[in-house]
Structures are given as C-alpha cells and as structure tokens.
Design a protein. Structure first.
Length: 87
C-alpha cells in the first residue's frame, strides 16, 4: 500500500496544544501510523459520511478524513471522548 501524507488543520493544531503533555506524544504517534495504514484495526467509520473515520487514543479521539485517490489523511479533530462529537 502506498504511503499517505498527513495534513493537520489549524484548528486541530490548537486541539493538540490543549491536550495534557503526556497525551500529545501518544496522539502524534497514532496519527503518524495512519500514514502507513489509514484504516487500522479498531478504526470506525462515522455515520453519515463517506470518508470520515475515528481512532481511539486512550480517552481521546482522533477524527480524520481519508482521501484515497489523493493519498491524503486530513486530521480534523483531536479531543476528549466526551467533547469530540460536539461542534
């Protein structure tokens, strides 16, 4: 499988800055693994969307969109599980 490039939204960069310091490394590592396998075991497709998935990283959720034809994974949100689905 071809390698995907990871793109972070500016809003997602702000989400990362709000995380506890010890969680940042875990989230960044999990997102880095999406470059090799954009739909790893345990990911779930979100209802009502064609290309949006989520992965769990402890109590945090990473919401991302996969553009297969462009080989891009865009990270949309990284938040605590109680807040991630609220807008």
């Amino acid at each position: 499988m071809a390698s995907f490039s990871i793109q972070w939204r500016n809003s997602t960069r702000k989400d990362i800055r709000r995380l506890p310091r010890e969680e940042v490394a875990r989230v960044v590592e999990a997102v880095g693994q999406l470059a090799n396998e954009p739909m790893p075991h345990g990911c779930q497709k979100l209802a009502g969307s064609e290309r949006i998935y989520r992965i769990r990283v402890g109590d945090y959720r990473v919401i991302y969109e996969v553009f297969g034809d462009l080989h891009i994974v865009e990270i949309q949100r990284v938040r605590h599980r109680k807040d991630v689905y609220r807008e």
